[in-house]
Design a protein. Structure first.
Lengths: 294, 132
């Protein structure tokens, strides 16, 4: 079995004594070297999961191992970019990168960090963080994360406030990082169409539970999109079905061919995730590589 | 050197787009034996797609005997494609079939739809065997 970046066993977290359970009974595995999409609706538990992996929260049930140790042991080798990109507002861009260098002695990659800040209409190194736009702050936060040259990057909605060009550039920078160093990247996002080409692994959380986990290709191959005359679909696990007049469109588990005038198609990742989000009762599916060894 | 263009809305798996574009470049003579394909890093820098996808496409091309990975050097074209499809018995058979389809009253769109659906069906069957 390949090395594991993140492994959760019965993981759960409740905020406060009688608080809402943000995560419950989550078991899954993310192998090292993957670029993993963390998808799910608002309040699904994505941010909680990333904060747990970063060692900023402690689980209230179950266990979580990161890069072979506890999340806090792994902190020197993992980089976490929170959704609100916390930076020191009174520092300049240059001072912020210096903080990165001094807090990561022996592993700081100044070139990688500066490239992110400088490319495509570079940021003024003397500009104070508080004077930057949301998107510019995001670039500084990602520069800090990449400069750390981590084995694992945990990115919470990193692209939300970037313009399309900056988003493409940063995504390319992240993919290049993965190509050069085999970095594991876990990235939460609502932009589902963008995830298909960038993420080779998917974790779908919804209502605090894991709904789908595994290789993107395997998860897609495990489903078929059917279009045909309205009829029962015996023997298939139907994730979602819709009827329009005499036509039925359904996303089913399995790739068995069926006769009777059905058109079959390969669902896109977006279609797969959307169908599951619209159908909360569909059974969860983990590919063998995503299962936690007993 | 070729440049890959990734269409995110095509519904075709990204690695297959790379495979198909490489073959197309071979058919058109834009790539010849000895040419180097861009490295995964070069493709990723230009397109922001996942590096493993590029490697998967190159493995597929290697499996089909079209390219060869040389350690530390890159992935190189080993043979050409093309000329084969233009004037073969297959083409004549297809022409016969199209005539029959028209005799049966099918219009051009019907024929295209029928051909595409059979082709897709067959291709899907092939890929099921790959375990990919």
């Amino acid at each position: 079995m390949t090395a594991t970046a993140i492994e959760a066993t019965g993981l759960g977290l409740a905020y406060g004594k009688r608080g809402r359970r943000a995560l419950h009974d989550c078991s899954f595995r993310i192998p090292a070297g993957r670029v993993c999409a963390l998808a799910g609706p608002n309040g699904a538990g994505k941010s909680t999961l990333l904060a747990l992996a970063a060692g900023l929260l402690r689980p209230t049930e179950g266990a979580l191992r990161v890069l072979g140790g506890t999340p806090s042991d792994a902190r020197a080798r993992s980089a976490y970019v929170a959704q609100d990109k916390p930076l020191y507002p009174q520092l300049t861009v240059r001072e912020t990168l210096r903080v990165g260098r001094e807090l990561n002695p022996g592993r700081w990659d100044a070139t990688a960090a500066e490239r992110i800040v400088e490319e495509g209409g570079g940021l003024d190194p003397r500009a104070r963080i508080r004077s930057l736009s949301g998107g510019q702050r995001t670039r500084v936060a990602l520069a800090l994360a990449l400069g750390k040259r981590p084995g694992l990057m945990l990115l919470d909605e990193p692209m939300a406030d970037l313009d399309p060009l900056a988003r493409h550039r940063l995504m390319a920078a992240l993919m290049t990082e993965a190509a050069d160093h085999g970095t594991t990247i876990v990235i939460s996002s609502h932009i589902l169409s963008e995830l298909e080409t960038t993420c080779d692994y998917v974790l779908l959380v919804d209502g605090g539970r894991v709904r789908l986990a595994g290789e993107t290709e395997d998860l897609i191959a495990a489903h078929t999109l059917l279009t045909g005359p309205v009829a029962d679909l015996p023997g298939h696990t139907v994730v979602e079905s819709r009827t329009t007049g005499r036509q039925l469109t359904a996303l089913v588990r399995g790739s068995r061919a069926i006769g009777g005038g059905w058109r079959t198609a390969r669902p896109s990742l977006e279609e797969l995730l959307m169908a599951h989000l619209r159908s909360p009762d569909a059974p969860p599916l983990l590919t063998p590589g995503a299962e936690v060894a007993a | 050197m070729v440049e890959f263009r990734i269409d995110r809305r095509s519904g075709v798996a990204t690695y297959l787009q790379i495979v198909q574009q490489t073959k197309q470049a071979l058919r058109l003579g834009l790539l010849e034996p000895g040419d180097r394909l861009p490295t995964a890093r070069e493709v990723v820098e230009a397109t922001a797609i996942n590096p493993n996808t590029v490697l998967k496409a190159y493995r597929e091309l290697e499996r089909e005997g079209l390219v060869e990975a040389r350690r530390g050097l890159g992935t190189f074209i080993t043979r050409t494609l093309g000329g084969q499809a233009a004037d073969t018995p297959l083409r004549a058979e297809l022409a016969d079939w199209v005539d029959r389809a028209r005799d049966a009253g099918l219009e051009q769109d019907d024929i295209t739809a029928l051909f595409t659906s059979v082709l897709e069906e067959r291709t899907q069957d092939d890929h099921k065997g790959d375990g990919a």
